[in-house]
Each structure stands twice: as structure tokens, then as C-alpha cells.
Design a protein around this ligand. Structure first.
Ligand code: ADP
Ligand code: MG
Length: 139
């Protein structure tokens, strides 16, 4: 079933000039970009996006990191896009990520891990709407 997921190329990966490589991985995996936006998060944009993690000890550090430089926000569309993208990303901790995954290739540690991907249809819906009006999606 074709579905949509939200991906973010995080500030660490943008700084490393990995945007092109990461978007190429999406396309090779059958995840078609239907919206792309480059932006820099404010701290409060990051806090709203990661609100589910508010109680976690790493919340403040994560939001500081996510607002530390430009990011690329994408909506990806394809069969089982949510699961497919999570597999392509690899484990949250790059040290535990499988070879061939984006986090294995570009992540530095459990916080600076190169990419974000929605983890369920509910979060995908919230996360896509957080950045894009329906009319911005071309697919
Ligand atoms: P994922 O991005 O794999 O869905 P989570 O939703 O659990 O992982 O966490 C959101 C983000 O918070 C992670 O991608 C990572 O940047 C950061 N993070 C997660 N766990 C930790 C941790 N233990 N210490 C520091 N940062 C973390
Ligand atoms: Mg998550």
C-alpha cells in the first residue's frame, strides 16, 4: 500500500555535505520525494516537533542539536514507506545500525544520527502536517 512518511536530513548530515547521498538512497529504495523543504528550525519548532520526547533526559540537547543548523525536510512516498524508511535509516544508535543503512554511513552517535523518519502512520500524519500543507505535496 502506498503511503507517505516524513524524513529529516539532520544538521550533522547537512554539515557533512551528505544531502545528495541521502536523497539518492531514498530514490534507490523506491521512496519518492513528493515535497522537499530546506530550513533552519528555531528551538521552539524543534520542541514542538519532538513533543513526544518532552520527558526524556536528552530532550533539551536534542532540540538544541536540531536547531543548530540547516536541515532538509522531505515527504517520501512509496509502498510501505514508513517501514521501508526506518529500515533504510538503521538503528537509532549508528554503532548498532546494519551495514548499508544511512545511519551506519553518516551517523556519529546516538544523538547525531543523520536522519529522522516517522515511526507509525499516526506520527507520519502529524509530522507531515507540521511542515507541509496538503497542497504542497505533489505525488
Ligand atoms: P529514532 O530517531 O530512531 O526514532 P527516538 O525517537 O527514540 O529515535 O529519538 C529521537 C532522536 O533523539 C534520535 O534520533 C536521536 O537524535 C535522539 N536520541 C535518542 N536517544 C538518545 C539518547 N539516549 N541520547 C541522546 N540523544 C538521543
Ligand atoms: Mg522516533
Amino acid at each position: 500500500m502506498s503511503e507517505r512518511t516524513l524524513a529529516i536530513i539532520k544538521p550533522d548530515a547537512v554539515k557533512k555535505n551528505a544531502i545528495g547521498d541521502i536523497i539518492a538512497s531514498y530514490e534507490k529504495t523506491g521512496l519518492k520525494p513528493v515535497a522537499i523543504r530546506m530550513m533552519q528550525f528555531s528551538k521552539s519548532t524543534a520542541e514542538g516537533f519532538y513533543a513526544v520526547h518532552k520527558a526524556r533526559p536528552f530532550f533539551d540537547s536534542l532540540c538544541t542539536f536540531m536547531s543548530s543548523g540547516p536541515v532538509v525536510v522531505l515527504v517520501l512516498q512509496g509502498d510501505n514507506a514508513i517501514k521501508k524508511n526506518r529500515e533504510l535509516m538503521g538503528a537509532t544508535d549508528p554503532a548498532k545500525a546494519e551495514p548499508g543503512t544511512i545511519r551506519k554511513a553518516h551517523g556519529a552517535n546516538i544523538e547525531f544520527n543523520a536522519v529522522h523518519g516517522s515511526d507509525s502512520p499516526e506520527t507520519a500524519k502529524f509530522e507531515i502536517a507540521y511542515f507541509f500543507p496538503e497542497t504542497d505535496l505533489v505525488g
